[in-house]
Ligand binder design. Structure first.
Ligand code: PEP
Length: 250
């Protein structure tokens, strides 16, 4: 296939308490010790300290599910880059469609967050994706290209090489309705083409583009084998050790 390391990232969303989270990763670390894919767990803020501690010395990396772009200050309820970096967080998921829909996250905010994540030594997983209406109206490519173009504004080539982009069609998230391998691969390819236009071929060959939307133990291997899909961002199926283990090896 290509030199890119496939990445299986779990997005737990608002699930598991700190104790449940530690118990889960303690089980997971044994079952995925020889995983072929890079394995990431995206956990709630309050689970981060315990999970980071529990995965030390293992092949599991840890993601937060959001971050504010300012270093500190009067932003009640927010969490900053230095706070996450201090804990030892590796990745931060930004621009998830749930955050865009329920919390008003815009492309411009996502761009500020991406800069801040790199400034504090972590790596963003930037989500994008179209609604069912947009797909039916034939504007998927335009929409996703715009989301990613704004999200990447001002980032350097070296930063974009490390960036993970998650293509998540909204109609496929949590619905059990997976995009076909071809549909998913097509849009991941469109995103890579955009990165090529903006940063050149070398960067486009290195940036990892995941697919997300009802990925499970049954469909992961086929999806991850597609030419432009470098793994998955996984919601529901990342909450069960057995199922996520299969995905981590897909
Ligand atoms: C997600 O939230 O990123 C996601 C893809 O969810 P699910 O796998 O449950 O569709």
């Amino acid at each position: 296939k290509n030199p890119r390391k496939t990445i299986a990232a779990g997005n737990w969303k608002m699930n598991k308490t700190p104790k449940e989270a530690v118990a889960f990763v303690n089980e997971l670390k044994a079952s995925i010790a020889d995983a072929s894919n890079e394995v990431v767990v995206g956990v709630p803020f309050v689970c981060l300290p315990g999970v980071v501690e529990a995965v030390k010395g293992t092949n599991i990396k840890v993601a937060a599910q959001n971050m504010h772009w300012e270093e500190k200050g009067a932003y009640t309820g927010e969490v900053s880059g230095p706070m996450l970096a201090d804990l030892g967080v590796d990745y931060v998921i930004i621009g998830h469609s749930e955050r865009r829909e329920y919390f008003g996250e815009t492309n411009e905010m996502i761009n500020k967050k991406a800069h801040a994540i790199f400034n504090y030594g972590m790596t963003p997983i930037i989500c994008c994706g179209e609604t069912l209406t947009q797909r039916e109206q034939g504007v998927t490519a335009d929409h996703v290209r715009y989301q990613i173009k704004v999200a990447l504004l001002g980032l350097t080539a070296e930063q974009v090489k490390k960036t993970v982009i998650a293509y998540e069609p909204i109609w496929a998230i949590g619905t059990g309705k997976t995009a076909t391998n071809e549909q998913a691969n097509e849009v991941c390819g469109i995103i890579r083409q955009l990165v090529c236009e903006l940063y050149g071929e070398e960067v486009a060959e290195q940036v990892r583009v995941q697919y997300g939307g009802s990925v499970n133990a049954k469909n992961a291997a086929e999806l991850f084998a597609m030419s432009d899909i470098d793994g998955g961002l996984v919601g529901g199926a990342s909450l069960k050790v057995d199922e996520f283990t299969v995905i981590a090896n897909a």
